[in-house]
Design a protein around this ligand. Structure first.
Ligand code: IMP
Ligand code: MG
Length: 372
């Protein structure tokens, strides 16, 4: 889950669909426990917001019940020129019935007040109110709310039927309003020899970013025998892959250590789609997101030439054998392809021509990053 934008506002993940299921289940349990065995309640959902919640609620409710929906419409009273609320959609006799209102959210309680006013004229047996969400700090009424799924703080939420100017109702989870992301977070990619390190150094100074090279982070943690380092070492020594969660936790530490930067350059991570998702989720918790994936593109033949040249002086064994070099490219291309698709789907993939003088390439990078 990641930060989303609806109209002009940003929202971060707040309550996932699995947790919503539990909340609804508990609510149904409470309502059921209070109902006499042979009572057939009439559930009345207040549209539009309640439609998702109501549909999950009644399917969880195991006894006989009726369900109806109403909408509160405000209309102009032509005689008094006042705004008046009226219910549309009630067309059944509710005399002597137990009516349970299903609300998605109760905020100030103004809507609930209208509902109480309207239903007090029907000769119903009892009126109860079940709401998925309740904002206790803004509720100003003396009215009774019988069942609350979850109390939440006074922050605007969307999803699971709730909208912001009609958008967001179809989201399966609940998202909470958050300030616009402030950071520039870049996933930097480049095949061996593309000059990624050089460019990352320039970018980090230009934008005050922290360059997080996963390889360096691993080596640091293992060398300093941090808790996570020791954990990672256990997997490595056993010949196993270090689980994504361990790597993510190391990155979290690194991010938390650097509070005064304008963002991060992630280098060497993510490498798989599930790692990309984990990174999104972690940034979303902070109200931040990946601004873009940037890949330096250089033709392979040119890279081979560069690396063989470097191998002559550096003595790096993996730089002296052309077939080994080609293997590294294949590995790189396979891994990048997956992530390219992932970020392209979000419209934040940028391929940059990596051939030319260092300053030229830097300029191409700056041109893209400035727009993020
Ligand atoms: P009231 O303030 O209790 O009358 O709530 C009025 C209506 O405002 C609710 O039925 C919702 O449709 C809407 N509303 C209140 N808070 C939120 C929110 O956080 N997200 C989306 N809609 C909300
Ligand atoms: Mg509503």
């Amino acid at each position: 889950m990641k930060i989303i934008k609806l109209h002009d506002l940003y929202f971060k993940p707040f309550i996932c669909s699995t947790k919503l299921k539990v909340i609804v289940k508990n609510l149904v349990q409470q309502v059921t426990d209070d109902l006499p065995e042979n009572e057939v309640p009439v559930f009345i959902g207040i549209l539009n917001g309640c439609f998702v919640f109501a549909s999950d609620f009644i399917r969880e409710f195991e006894r006989d019940c009726e369900i109806s929906f109403v909408k509160l419409a405000s209309y102009q009273d032509t005689t008094s020129s006042k705004k008046v609320k009226k219910l549309i959609g009630i067309n059944q006799d509710l005399t002597d019935r137990t009516v349970i209102i299903l609300e998605d959210i109760i905020d100030t309680g103004n809507t609930l007040q209208e509902i109480y006013n309207i239903f007090k004229n029907e000769n119903i047996k009892q009126l109860k109110v079940a709401t998925l969400f309740f904002k206790p700090s803004v509720f100003k009424k003396e009215l009774h709310v019988d069942y609350v799924g979850k109390n939440i703080e006074d922050k605007f939420i969307v999803g699971y039927g709730l909208d912001y100017n009609e958008l967001g109702r179809n989201l399966p989870s609940i998202y909470q309003l958050t300030p616009p992301p402030k950071m520039k977070n870049i996933v930097l990619f480049g095949p061996p020899g593309a000059g990624k390190g050089t460019q990352a150094d320039i970018l980090k100074d230009t934008y005050n970013l922290k360059h997080i090279s996963t390889g360096d982070v691993f080596r640091y943690n293992i060398k300093n025998e941090t808790e996570l380092g020791l954990l990672a070492k256990k997997y490595i020594d056993a010949g196993d892959l270090v689980p994504d969660q361990v790597t993510i936790d190391m990155l979290k530490d690194e991010v938390d250590k650097n509070k005064n930067v304008n963002g991060f350059i992630f280098d060497g991570f993510p490498r798989t789609e599930s790692q990309a998702e984990a990174l999104d989720a972690f940034l979303a918790e902070k109200g931040e997101k990946i601004s873009g994936m940037i890949a330096l593109e250089v033709p392979e033949d040119l890279l081979v030439e560069r690396l063989l040249e470097r191998g002559k002086t550096s003595g790096r064994s993996d730089d002296t054998d052309e077939s080994k070099i080609r293997n590294r490219f294949n590995e790189y291309n396979t891994k990048t392809a997956v992530l390219k698709n992932y970020y392209q789907a979000q419209d934040i993939y940028f391929g940059i021509n990596g051939v030319g003088a260092i300053e030229e390439i830097t300029q191409r990078l700056l041109d893209v990053i400035d727009t993020l």
